[in-house]
Design a protein around this ligand. Structure first.
Ligand code: ASP
Length: 329
């Protein structure tokens, strides 16, 4: 028998956050409300250094957040890119969907909108993430040049701008270091069969200011259509944007592919593009993608371009989230 509801998420999300979402589904909450709740809880987690508060900053020490929200019943979507200074980009993204005839707001416009709707403000650079940034500058031999002995500059970005002229060079140097990076993906199918997906991230650490990844790009890092299924991505956004991976996975299921066939097909599509990316020195640190897919019945799968990546699934039949390993080619 098919479970009444299914929740699919990336493995990096804490079990208690997923279990709280499962409790909401058990109590009859909608897929949309559960997806937003889980994303907000991850955005609040200071130990998650790739999402929301505590996320690693861009090369200039600013946390710029990307998020998107898609309602698979209506095909409506909302997204924000390079948003600074607000606590819950996922909720701002959902409000873009509800209040504007637009899908994606970026930078200053996204912040203006967040301000106008009264979204909670927050300086998302945690002390730990700031220290990670200092350590990164140290490894690159830039810390002394920028801070000249002091750790506690009130406006580190101004100093960075004044003292580092070759920001392109700094980003290319930073991205040669291989380092973990994640995105929060959650796809929920509720008891009514509505599918909703939410994606939120601080993107790739030490990125060029204004760099936008795949997470807020509908069709690349996120896509949901209750009639066919949903997909969400983690990993190198520059790959999934170029191949429109999330929309492609759902389109394949629409065309009659099984979830499994769709997952393997998108991995095959990404293989040569990842290979080319690895060959390019500057993105060598971030050479993988993991795609989570749910079909319209609530069956799930995870597919990754490298081994050792996991995801979590929690259905109405489970007492707790189940950890599974993503398939590879
Ligand atoms: N997909 C995200 C991005 O490219 C980052 C990640 O998942 O690691 O912004």
């Amino acid at each position: 028998m098919q479970p009444a509801w299914t929740l699919l998420a990336n493995a990096e999300i804490r079990d208690d956050i997923i279990a709280a979402g499962a409790d909401m589904l058990r109590a009859g909450a909608s897929a949309a409300d559960v997806a937003e709740r889980i994303a907000r809880d991850v955005e609040d987690d200071p130990n998650e250094h790739t999402v929301g508060y505590g996320g690693k900053p861009n090369i200039m020490g600013e946390v710029e957040l990307d998020a998107s929200f898609m309602d698979g019943d209506t095909l409506k979507a909302g997204a924000v890119a390079a948003l600074k200074g607000f606590a819950h980009p996922i909720s701002v993204a959902r409000e873009v969907m509800k209040r504007l005839p637009h899908v994606l707001l970026a930078g200053a416009g996204a912040a203006r909108f967040a301000e106008e709707i009264g979204a909670e403000r927050r300086d998302n650079l945690s002390p730990e993430a700031r220290q990670m940034w200092f350590d990164q500058l140290e490894r690159m031999g830039l810390r002394e040049q920028i801070f000249q002995g002091s750790n506690s500059m009130p406006d580190a970005k101004t100093l960075f701008q004044a003292r580092v002229k070759d920001v392109i060079g700094a980003v290319n140097q930073a991205l040669t270091v291989k380092e973990g990076h994640d995105t929060m993906n959650v796809i929920v199918r509720d008891a009514k069969g509505s599918v909703c997906s939410a994606v939120t991230t601080s993107g790739i650490a030490w990125k060029y200011p204004g760099r936008v990844g795949d997470s807020p790009v509908i069709g690349a890092g996120n896509y949901a259509d209750s009639r066919h299924g949903a997909a969400a991505c983690m990993g190198l956004g520059e790959i999934t944007i170029r191949l429109a991976i999330a929309a492609r996975a759902v389109s394949l299921m629409r065309a009659g592919f099984s979830l499994q066939e769709a997952g393997i097909d998108v991995l095959n599509d990404m293989q040569p593009v990842i290979g080319q990316s690895i060959a390019e020195h500057h993105m060598a640190r971030a050479d993988w993608v993991r795609v989570l897919i749910m079909d319209r019945h609530g069956n799930v799968g995870g597919f990754a371009t490298r081994a050792g990546l996991h995801y979590k699934v929690h259905t109405s039949e489970d007492a707790q989230p189940q950890l599974r390993e993503a398939e590879t080619l």
